[in-house]
Design a protein around this ligand. Structure first.
Ligand code: ATP
Length: 891
């Protein structure tokens, strides 16, 4: 019989579960039996495909052609060198790409799906892959259903099953047994299926199918497979490298024909043209981009920001506006009730955090709830109209399972001397309307003695109109609430209504009138101290910070002022209601100035994002609820909360914060800027040295001399310099002052005017230096081999120096800590040793046609090669004079 036809008791009995849930040992045993709750394994990295991919670049094609040609021409040494270069290149490319791919995947693994279950009588959060048949799962709005469930209890549960049924409207769910047989998934209204999303309500369900035994698992193929998208920067650079490659090919073809016209042999000119092409094409660039992005992703993860979509790394660096939630992101989300108002009197509440120690104080006199009826009612509603749990963990600390707002209300009630168990026993709960931001309140129905009572708590503007109050009194109380909010406190109003004992249901209409107000509770949620710094850092970095909150305008403004989001308490605030009344043109004008948005609903977030984007801003937007998903998707960077965020929000996001902290966004923005900077550095290193190789060949040809390198040597230069140092540059730690600059214009490409100018300056200088050494050596009577050895060595050392030049566009190398990028240092050391080997190891000498150098030659070479530092330093100095670097707090 199908699960939907069984009663809940039958289902529980069949899977041998009690309401306490499974025991840990039973869960473990079942995990062994049924296997992990996972759909088929994610596609493995295909090693052969990765290997083949190494042979698809135009550069490799040229080399392979060259290998064949040299083989036919019986130039065995050249064939060997070319083959070695191809293989080594492929190997390096293979390892680099593999590592990059692995690290990106490993990070994805950090974001495992979680599930709330009841095991051993306690609510716990476990990894969804550990779910087994028989587990009791709790669902709340925004959750992805983690396995197939027979629903046991539901409250207003609606589930989006489009992924399975294609039905776009969410399905209403309940827990009653169904009589019909052969129902399709869409009609099984007492079941929840793996992979579908809870749109609304709460539920408790029994796991009946996991992994490949779930409905989703039985549908062939992974429905939720997410393709790895390429970042725009990757595509841009691939195109860039391609264009350069074509240009170089053209130039080399010209070289070939000019060479022949000048009397060179076709055979020799072919080899030269090939070698020049190889030395100049920046084939390392696309790989380095991938590595730089992967390095950025890794660094962001260390700052608690997990990248879900690679393009976000690049976009983060050009973010101009960050729209942040308040609760939990800017504040600690550790609520503490500090003041009470019972309609007449004010009370203070002492103590801090969730420790239920403290007192309720009326005019300096501590008071217990049983001493004053009004106070008891106010605290009781907070305690019982509540879905959260306060508990003391084994480490002795107090924690809240559930909503911190509700946790604070429990703590306040305990401070007033109420006992949760006794209260719950005397006022057993019959029904519940859960809190949803859109509704703004929560209600619960309780039995008490011979009668019943409805308790309501929520935002004062929502609850007060439902109470029996004359308008003067209501206005007075709203003013009291506003005064409390002005201190930066979150305010909740409590009310109740007596009903007949036979009342079992809680229709919303019953709440719309006749409530008796019990009073107000005000709670602080301290700002995260590190956020104040992060916000001022954002301002230094030219990034605006907006607060978008469900809280009251007055509370929002007070906190925004404390955090520095607004300069003073008179700054304008837009409320959700005002937003409703505004059309898009008006909003377009207002978003330019207003930094605080209060009492907003999720759909308002979408409108705000759109208007900001319309103004040309690059928008990062945070969110956690299921309804935040559209706003997260439409923002340039959607940021979901890792702790409090729903699965739906996380899936819609580009980045997830594991600590829910605004400061982590700021850190990620910095890393985003570093990534782009590093790509520029690599470009500035690779392009000029390539240009120099080509220039030097052309100059010597024009001088009527044999060219200064044999092809094998050019291949060697390409390998030693490109393979090691460009990769090392992807690990540059980021310059001082990187957060003092305004955000980069997104349209700005990799090459700036400055870089183009410097490319020709440096390319020309290196070419001149190499030719100078070469011509001088020949003049002094050195053999061609010796002169070429000197030229090659000069080129290699020029590149070493150029690597250090490239570490900053404007800062002097004297100001960049020498060891701050150990990779570069190691790459340099390895490349130097390799170069020495080529000069001094006999076998390599033969292969590369080199000779050992004399000391004077070495000195000359080092002197000439270091000139590139001097010239670039002067250029940097001029640049700094022209445009002084910004100074700010974040140096
Ligand atoms: P932010 O958008 O800054 O994260 P938030 O999402 O916490 O804020 P909501 O949860 O929508 O904001 O809360 C809005 C208002 O609803 C609060 O100011 C409070 O008055 C009321 N409220 C919050 N939580 C509850 C709850 N559990 N029960 C009843 N009312 C609540």
């Amino acid at each position: 019989m199908h699960w939907y036809r069984k009663t809940t008791e039958q289902a529980l009995a069949e899977l041998q579960v009690t309401p306490e849930g499974l025991s840990a040992s039973e869960a473990q045993a079942r995990l062994q039996q049924y296997g992990p709750n996972r759909l088929q394994e994610e596609e493995k990295i295909s090693l052969p495909r990765l290997a083949l991919h190494q042979f698809t670049s135009p550069l490799i094609t040229i080399l392979l052609v060259a290998a064949v040609v040299t083989f036919v021409l019986r130039e065995w040494a050249d064939t060997a060198v070319i083959a070695a270069v191809v293989l080594l290149n492929a190997l390096i490319g293979f390892v680099q790409e593999l590592r990059a791919e692995q690290s990106v995947r490993a990070l994805k693994g950090l974001l495992v799906a979680r599930a709330r279950v009841i095991r051993e009588g306690r609510e716990q959060e476990i990894s969804a892959s550990e779910l087994v048949p028989g587990d009791l799962v709790l669902l709340a709005s925004g959750a992805r259903v983690p396995a197939d469930l027979r629903l046991l209890q539901t409250i207003e549960l609606r589930i989006d099953e489009a992924i399975l049924t294609g039905e776009s409207l969410p399905a209403e769910k309940h827990s009653q047994t169904l009589e019909q047989d052969n129902l399709i998934a869409g009609d099984q209204t007492n079941m929840a299926f793996m992979g579908t999303a809870v749109v609304n309500g709460r539920a408790r369900g029994l796991v009946v199918g996991t992994g490949n035994h779930s409905l989703l698992g039985s549908i062939a193929g992974d429905v939720r497979a997410i393709g790895t998208t390429k970042a725009p920067i990757q595509e841009k650079i691939e195109r860039f490298a391609h264009t350069i490659g074509l240009l170089v090919l053209g130039a080399c073809a010209a070289l070939f024909f000019i060479g022949i016209a000048l009397g060179g042999s076709a055979r020799e000119m072919f080899m030269i043209a090939v070698a020049a092409a190889v030395a100049t094409i920046p084939e390392g660039l696309p790989i380095v981009v991938t590595i730089a992005l992967a390095v950025g992703v890794g660094r962001m993860a260390r700052h608690n920001a997990i990248i879900r979509k690679l393009p976000a790394v690049e976009t983060l660096g050009s973010t101009t506006v960050i729209c942040s939630d308040k609760t939990g992101t800017l504040t600690r989300n550790e609520m503490t009730v500090t003041c009470l108002h019972d309609g007449q009197r004010f009370y203070e509440v002492s103590g801090s955090g969730y420790i239920p120690e403290g007192q309720i104080i009326d005019d300096a006199i501590p008071l217990l709830a049983n001493e004053r009826e009004e106070l008891a009612r106010l605290l009781r509603i907070g305690l019982l109209c509540n879905e959260s749990e306060l508990y003391r963990a084994s480490d002795g600390d107090w924690h809240v399972d559930g909503d911190p707002t509700e946790g604070a209300l429990i703590v306040a009630a305990l401070k007033g001397g109420l006992h949760s168990e006794i209260e719950r026993e005397q006022w057993p709960r019959q029904a519940l309307i859960p809190f949803e931001s859109e509704r703004g309140y929560m209600a619960s129905l309780h039995r008490h003695g011979d009668g019943g009572v409805i308790f309501v708590k929520g935002a004062p503007e929502r609850v007060l109109p439902m109470c029996e109050l004359d308008s003067a009194e209501r206005d007075r109380l709203l003013q009291v609430a506003a005064d409390i909010a002005a201190r930066g406190l979150r305010v909740l109003a409590m009310a109740s209504k007596a009903v007949a004992a036979d009342h079992n249901e809680l229709p919303q209409e019953a709440l719309q009138s006749g409530l008796q107000l019990a009073g107000l509770q005000g709670m602080i949620d301290p700002a995260r101290s590190e956020v104040i710094d992060a916000i001022s850092g954002c301002h230094d970095a030219g990034i605006r910070v907006l607060m978008i909150t469900g809280d009251h305008a007055i509370t929002a403004r007070a906190i925004a002022a404390e955090l520095g989001i607004i300069a003073d308490r008179d700054a304008p605030v837009i409320t959700g209601q005002q937003l409703e009344e505004m059309n898009d043109e008006e909003l377009y004008a207002r978003v330019a100035q207003v930094n605080v948005y209060a009492r907003v609903a999720p759909e308002h977030k979408l409108r705000i994002t759109r208007q900001l984007a319309e103004r040309g801003e690059i928008v990062a937007m945070t969110g956690d609820g299921v309804n935040d998903a559209p706003a997260l998707k439409s923002a340039h960077i959607g940021i979901a909360m890792g702790k409090t965020g729903t699965d739906v929000a996380k899936e819609a996001s580009d980045m997830v914060l594991t600590d829910d902290n605004f400061a982590s966004i700021f850190a990620a923005v910095r890393e985003g800027r570093v990534v782009f900077d590093n790509l520029r550095k690599v470009t500035f290193f690779l392009i000029p040295t390539g240009v120099a190789a080509l220039f030097s060949i052309i100059i010597t040809m024009l001088l009527g001399l044999p060219i200064p390198y044999v092809p094998a040597q050019l291949l060697w230069i390409n390998l030693v310099t490109n393979g090691l140092q460009d990769v090392a540059m992807a690990f540059e730690p980021g310059e001082r002052g990187i957060l003092c600059r305004p955000p980069r214009d997104r349209r700005e490409g990799l090459m700036s005017r400055l870089l183009i100018r410097r490319t020709f300056l440096v390319g020309g200088l290196i070419a001149a230096g190499v030719v100078l050494i070469y011509v001088q050596a020949l003049k002094n009577g050195a053999s061609l081999e010796c002169a070429r050895t000197q030229a090659v060595t000069t080129m290699v050392f020029f590149q070493f120096f150029q690597a250090w030049n490239s570490r900053s566009e404007t800062a002097s190398i004297a100001h960049i800590p020498f060891f701050s990028n150990p990779f570069l240092f190691i790459a340099l050391l390895a490349a130097s040793l390799a170069q020495l080997a080529v000069l001094y190891v006999p076998g390599l000498q033969w292969l590369f046609q080199t000779e050992p150098l004399a000391l004077t030659a070495w000195l000359k070479i080092l002197l000439v090669a270091s000139s590139v530092v001097l010239v670039v330093e002067i250029d940097k100095w001029l640049q700094r004079r022209h445009q002084p670097p910004a100074h700010c707090q974040y140096e």
